[in-house]
Write a protein that binds this ligand. Structure first.
Ligand code: ADP
Ligand code: TRP
Length: 332
């Protein structure tokens, strides 16, 4: 039996370069290994905690699906589905809620950050907090535990959520005997935290992103907006503190990176670095962009692929949920 490796992306914004480098690219590299059965999905019901415009929600969900496929996800190899197409996740979500201490949710960082923000602004602690946000980690535990996942590749910010899934699984197993596999997170240490236009971490929350499928003109424009210092072109520059260099490294060949390093030392103008950055980025993104545009124009194709994936997912989730129901004393 292959080990399940599972991860999800929530459709709360356009896929940006940080998502690609930090999440999609490493997950697709892991999917190449024959040791694993990868299950990658669109966490649309997690996205609903934030996105309450139906049209936008639909488009963002298709956008995430098209992005995975455009970067080479093979739906014959990866079990690739939309969370909302697998109802067993939501039944398990309730079951797990009954094993999730409320105190554990109080400490979950996304919820805590909202409460802290409310406190700082002198607002009511619960302002803008829906129950979906509060119980977000339980739904994520259901995503993970339903497929007996061993490994969850995620960014650092999601470590706590995987630990919560483990805690809930342990509590259930303690009551009913070995049922759930205890999942482990896998954080890609070697991967850069990609900086955004303002030099902070590229993130939807900071409005500083470069959408990964921006058309060449827009891509060039956004690259031109990346903040630099005011050193003159001839001054020697430090690659280790340059956002442009961090980005360049992710898209250029080894020889190109070494060459750029030499140019930094010798003195190169920021305008020239930006031009070269655009060249290497566009080179790598051209093909996936065309594929993405094709897919996004054909939602029927995306639906077909995702529904087939959901069928494969349900071949696992339906019998396993029956086992869980039996264990807790329900008729199956
Ligand atoms: P955002 O910060 O834009 O809201 P998400 O939290 O939805 O992004 O992240 C989705 C995935 O992309 C996560 O696995 C996260 O670790 C990864 N990711 C997001 N931003 C970056 C970044 N700037 N550099 C590297 N990885 C990132
Ligand atoms: N919470 C994750 C994020 O914000 C998305 C997600 C939902 C997920 N369910 C998951 C990731 C299960 C890994 C496994 O990025």
């Amino acid at each position: 039996m292959k080990k399940t490796i599972l991860t999800g992306i929530k459709p709360t914004g356009q896929i940006h370069l940080g998502n690609y480098i930090g999440a999609i690219k490493p997950a697709l590299a892991l999917a190449q290994s024959d040791k694993f059965q990868p299950a990658y999905f669109i966490a649309d019901f997690h996205g609903l905690t934030k996105i309450h415009d139906s049209k936008e929600f639909k488009q963002l969900s298709y956008g995430v699906a098209a992005a995975w496929l455009a970067f080479g996800l093979d739906p014959n190899k990866v079990i690739f589905y939309r969370q909302s197409d697998v109802p067993e996740i939501f039944e398990l979500n309730w079951i797990l809620s009954c094993f999730a201490p409320k105190g554990l949710m109080n400490r979950a960082h996304a919820y805590k950050a909202l409460v802290d923000q409310n406190n700082q602004m002198g607002r009511d602690v619960d302002d803008g907090v829906n129950m979906g946000i509060f119980t977000y980690p339980i739904l994520m535990a259901a995503d993970i535990l339903l497929f007996k996942t061993e490994t969850v590749p995620v960014g650092k910010d999601q470590i706590q959520h995987v630990e919560i899934a483990r805690d809930i699984a342990e509590s259930f197993n303690h009551h009913y005997g070995e049922t759930f596999v205890l999942p482990q997170y896998k954080v890609e240490e070697g991967t850069a935290i990609l900086p955004g236009l303002d030099g902070r971490k590229m993130s939807k929350s900071y409005n500083n992103t470069i959408p990964v499928f921006a058309e060449p003109k827009r891509l060039q424009k956004l690259i031109n907006k990346i903040k630099t210092d005011s050193l003159p072109p001839e001054a020697s520059k430090d690659p280790s503190t340059s956002s442009l260099f961090t980005l360049y490294k992710e898209f250029a060949t080894f020889a190109e990176v070494e060459n750029m390093r030499t140019q930094y030392e010798a003195g190169i103008g920021w305008g020239e670095v930006k031009r070269e950055l655009f060249e290497v980025m566009n080179r790598q993104l051209e093909e996936p962009r065309a594929k993405y545009n094709e897919l996004i124009a054909s939602p029927e194709t995306l639906d077909e692929i995702l529904l087939k994936g959901a069928e494969r997912a349900r071949a696992v989730s339906v019998p396993f949920l029956k086992e869980v129901r039996r264990k807790i004393g329900l008729s199956v």
